[in-house]
Design a protein. Structure first.
Length: 268
């Protein structure tokens, strides 16, 4: 008679005293005074569902949820058209900067050093406003991407201009700080500019989701995000700083906006 182990279901010879697979004692189960148990092997315990194949991310264990910064990266790589607004903004900024630079050089013999510093302030002020509206536009595109739609620059632009009055105070604040940093010639100003952009990302992402948020509330939300998703909060910080570096910001601005919007949706 074949002996089946009641613990693991393994088959054992009829003279076995212990299970050859798991070592479970078979003496009490298959004693001479007891009725032989059914010859059917015990029912296997329910098994966890096997990992599923994700074409974008390989095998995904059951119940596994990818971190938001990874979700944002996958969405961005599948929607690289999000760099188009950043590319247009870069071109506009370069053209304006070049034009103002030419005017400055032409008038250099006629203007004072103070006037030159004033021109630097104007350039920084304009750049701060442009980049804030760009982030707002990217936030609207992020909402489209999160809903499974193709990013539409025209639609995002219309929604951005429709909410100009709401985003304008943030844009003016960012522009003012950018202008003052340019005026003072602060070394490593791009780090300070990046820290300021965190507010722009938080405010614009919530606005894109239909929730207006003030300066104090945005600071509180971002500080709380470290306890909710510290890794994504740090990535937003790094992305904000890198958003001030030309060419590189073609990718960091849309990605950081997408991540910030994902966080705003998951942690209202």
């Amino acid at each position: 008679m074949t002996k089946y182990c009641p613990r693991c279901g393994a088959q054992n010879p009829d003279n076995a005293q212990f299970c050859s697979s798991c070592g479970y004692s078979l003496q009490s189960v298959y004693s001479s005074s007891s009725t032989p148990p059914s010859q059917s092997p015990p029912t296997s315990p329910p098994q966890s569902p096997p990992p599923t194949w994700n074409p974008q991310g390989g095998y995904t264990p059951p119940g596994y949820v990818k971190p938001l910064y990874q979700q944002a990266l996958e969405l961005f790589t599948r929607n690289l058209g999000m760099i188009i607004p950043a590319l247009l903004a870069l071109i506009i900024t370069l053209v304006l900067g070049f034009a103002i630079g030419l005017i400055t050089v032409a008038l250099l013999p006629l203007i004072s050093f103070t006037a030159i510093r004033g021109i630097a302030f104007v350039i920084g002020f304009i750049v701060g406003i442009v980049i804030t509206f760009l982030i707002q536009l990217e936030a609207y595109e992020s909402v489209d991407v999160m809903n499974g739609m193709v990013p539409d620059v025209g639609s995002a632009w219309r929604r951005t201009t429709a909410n100009t009055g709401t985003i304008l105070p943030t844009a003016l604040l960012v522009g003012l700080i950018y202008g003052l940093l340019a005026l003072a010639g602060v070394p490593g100003a791009f780090v300070i500019e990046g820290l300021v952009l965190i507010l722009a990302y938080v405010i614009t992402s919530h606005l894109a989701l239909g929730r207006a948020m003030g300066l104090g509330a945005s600071l509180n939300w971002y500080s709380n995000s470290f306890s909710r998703d510290g890794n994504s909060a740090v990535v937003v910080l790094i992305g904000s700083i890198l958003s001030t570096i030309p060419i590189l910001n073609l990718f960091t601005i849309p990605y950081t906006s997408l991540l910030s919007t994902l966080m705003a949706r998951n942690y209202p």
